[in-house]
Design a protein around this ligand. Structure first.
Ligand SMILES: Cc1cc2nc3c(=O)[nH]c(=O)nc-3n(C[C@H](O)[C@H](O)[C@H](O)COP(=O)(O)OP(=O)(O)OC[C@H]3O[C@@H](n4cnc5c(N)ncnc54)[C@H](O)[C@@H]3O)c2cc1C
Length: 383
């Protein structure tokens, strides 16, 4: 699919939608809603948790410098059909937006998934869906990506990975660049403000101002769910509708920003190594994961020494080359417990995208807008 399929624009005056949160969830909702004829305002609180020093990140997960688009997660090779659909829609969107002149560093270079045992490979072979392109590589095989030279895998992969699953449809994208492009393309009115409370038709800001709209969609992510708890919006009985059934879990993770990536394409095995490119074109790499213990509250901050030790030991098991200089640390918090649809309070939500925000965010947003169009009130997503 070369261009995204939009919900059809409805005739008549443009209806007003208020989207609370401008990460990948909110930006995707704004994009598809504008295409369907809504007049969209996005409220985003911005970087209220900015951390000083060498650690960057406001907690907002969508600022992840290099997000993998990789449908094969976990230890079994099982792939959700929805993830494949999401993968293809996200690439389609990235190509469409790039074609319209937005600078979105990305590469559909493939993703490498090393496996340590014959048993693991057999399990993956049993579970991988027939319609997912893949190849099993040998460690002497040459792989390259973009301008990087073609290297045999064994030059940068540590020994102990006899099976190498290559997924050519995978790759990486700059999170903030994709979000910025979606927001710009949506033409939404962006307000830098924090909503304290909201319902089906209005939101009250910290300043006391009230904004009204025909539809309110909450896309607040981990940071926003934390604030909601504090302000009472998500107090008992109020985190209503589909969200009643959800147990949200916050999980913090960090990436080490590297001068260069030891591998020419993303490699994923518990932690991930991937190329990274800033909007100014400068290239580097990342090493990271969301590895802190799940918690009931969002925590934003640095990288504890224990976590750093774990991250480096996993990376050492993955690649023999850990020589690139560390140029910084990025940290963010993600929310699990997916919710997509209308809540009992009458407002809508797209939240709890877990580790798949860039794989599923656009797909779920398109579904939400289409549900809005037909006036259905459902949570979750069907194909
Ligand atoms: C270390 C790490 C690595 C990751 N790697 C990947 C990956 O490789 N691939 C992938 O697909 N996903 C990855 N993820 C997950 C992905 O980043 C998240 O699923 C996704 O970014 C969540 O997006 P969101 O829009 O729901 O939330 P967020 O990005 O957190 O955005 C929420 C926004 O809402 C705003 N907001 C909240 N409440 C309010 C309010 N009341 N008023 C106004 N504004 C408000 C906040 O300021 C924030 O800007 C990773 C996450 C982390 C932490």
């Amino acid at each position: 699919m070369s261009t995204p399929i939009f919900p059809a624009e409805q005739p008549g005056p443009r209806r007003r939608m208020l989207v609370i949160g401008g990460g990948i969830a909110g930006a995707s909702v704004a994009y598809f809603a504008s295409a369907a004829g809504w007049n969209v305002t996005v409220l985003d609180a911005g970087h209220t948790h900015e951390v000083a020093g060498p650690v960057s990140g406001s907690g907002r997960a969508s600022d992840v410098p290099s997000a993998l688009l990789n449908p094969v997660r976990g230890q079994s090779g099982q792939v959700d059909a929805r993830d494949l659909k999401g993968l293809r829609l996200s690439w389609s969107l990235i190509r469409h937006l790039s074609g319209r002149g937005h600078q979105i560093p990305h590469e559909q270079s493939g993703v490498l998934r090393p496996l340590a045992t014959d048993v693991a490979r057999a399990k993956f072979e049993r579970h991988l869906p027939a319609d997912l392109p893949r190849r099993w590589l040998s460690p002497t095989e040459l792989l390259s990506s973009g301008a990087a030279p073609a290297w045999p895998v064994r030059d940068w992969l540590a020994p102990g990975w006899p099976h190498l699953l290559f997924l050519p449809e995978g790759g990486w994208v700059s999170g903030p660049a994709l979000v910025a492009a979606l927001l710009a393309e949506s033409g939404a009115n962006i307000r830098r403000a924090r909503a304290l409370t909201w319902n089906a038709g209005h939101a009250t800001l910290e300043s006391g101002e009230t904004l009204t709209a025909e539809v309110v969609v909450w896309c607040g992510g981990s940071v926003g769910a934390g604030w909601g708890g504090g302000s009472g919006q998500f107090g008992a009985g109020q985190f209503g509708g589909g969200l009643d059934a959800q147990t949200f879990t916050h999980r913090r993770g960090s990436l080490l920003l590297l001068e260069r990536s030891p591998a020419p394409l993303p490699v994923s095995a518990g932690v991930y190594l991937a190329p990274h490119a800033s909007a100014d074109g400068s290239r580097g790499g990342v090493l990271g994961a969301t590895f802190e213990a799940p918690s009931a509250q969002a925590h934003v901050g640095g990288l504890p020494l224990k976590s750093l030790h774990w991250l480096l030991s996993r990376a050492a098991a993955l690649t023999g080359d850990l020589s690139p200089a560390v140029t910084g640390i990025w940290t963010g918090s993600r929310l699990s417990g997916e919710s997509c649809g209308r809540q009992s309070g009458g407002w809508w939500a797209l939240a709890g995208l877990g580790s798949k925000g860039f794989l599923l965010g656009p797909l779920l947003a398109r579904q939400l807008v289409s549900d809005l169009e037909v006036g259905s009130a459902r949570t979750g997503l069907s194909d």
